[in-house]
Design a protein around this ligand. Structure first.
Ligand SMILES: [Zn+2]
Length: 218
């Protein structure tokens, strides 16, 4: 696909979604948004899409570090990690980029906050490293300050993870800081809408979150 055909498809998504939003407005409150990337030039690009399509909200997400995808193959993950000087450094850069993204775009939802752990089997210990943990805290404090919502991403279960994004230690810190959190299926199609939702709600309840879910608004 070319950039042009992707943009065409994106425009079609918005026009179909707006039509459905108005058709079902009496029975369902549908909000229409899109998820960001974080590659070179992304801030300007997202702002221009935002101006053109006027989404109800956006989801601020990162899938690349230094333009290398980190949630696809282990080889690409290793390549990104080598480029920045190791896995600890990769986490630090990921969370620094995330801070930049949230500051610049102020997304109402933060997608899969700790996706960087995806190909790291030692992630639980790594999340406790002071320089990583302090970045996590800093970013959560910013999310709290903006009143944005942490996505409790249940698609993680589909990819073999034993817990959602975010990990339990981060979820606990978010709760203590008063960050809003809501479960999300991150569905990529009709077939997986609502997948693992009960399991996610149960974890959030057990951790101490309210199930009066926050709604992203302007
Ligand atoms: Zn994503």
């Amino acid at each position: 696909t070319t950039a042009e055909s992707r943009l065409h498809r994106f425009a079609e998504y918005f026009s179909v979604a707006r039509e459905l939003q108005s058709r079902y407005q009496d029975s369902i409150r549908v909000l229409i948004g899109f998820e960001t990337e974080c590659c070179t030039g992304y801030i300007q690009h997202v702002e221009s899409l935002r101006n053109r399509f006027q989404p109800d909200y956006i989801v601020g997400s990162i899938h690349h570090v230094r333009d290398i995808i980190i949630d696809w193959t282990p080889e690409q993950y290793a390549q990104a990690s080598e480029l920045v000087g190791g896995i600890d450094a990769l986490y630090c850069e990921y969370f620094d980029q995330q801070h930049e993204l949230i500051t610049a775009l102020r997304p109402k939802v933060i997608g899969h906050f700790d996706l960087i752990r995806m190909h790291d089997k030692d992630y639980r210990q790594r999340l406790e490293q002071p320089k990583i943990k302090e970045r996590i805290r800093r970013n959560l404090e910013l999310i709290k300050e903006l009143g944005s919502i942490l996505d409790f991403n249940l698609r993680a279960f589909e990819k073999g993870a034993t817990e959602p994004y975010v990990s339990q230690s981060i979820l606990q810190m978010a709760l203590e800081l008063g960050v809003l959190c809501a479960p999300g299926d991150d569905s990529h199609g009709v077939a997986t809408v609502g997948l693992h939702l009960e399991r996610g709600i149960e974890i959030l309840q057990q951790t101490g979150f309210s199930t009066d879910w926050p709604v992203p608004s302007h």
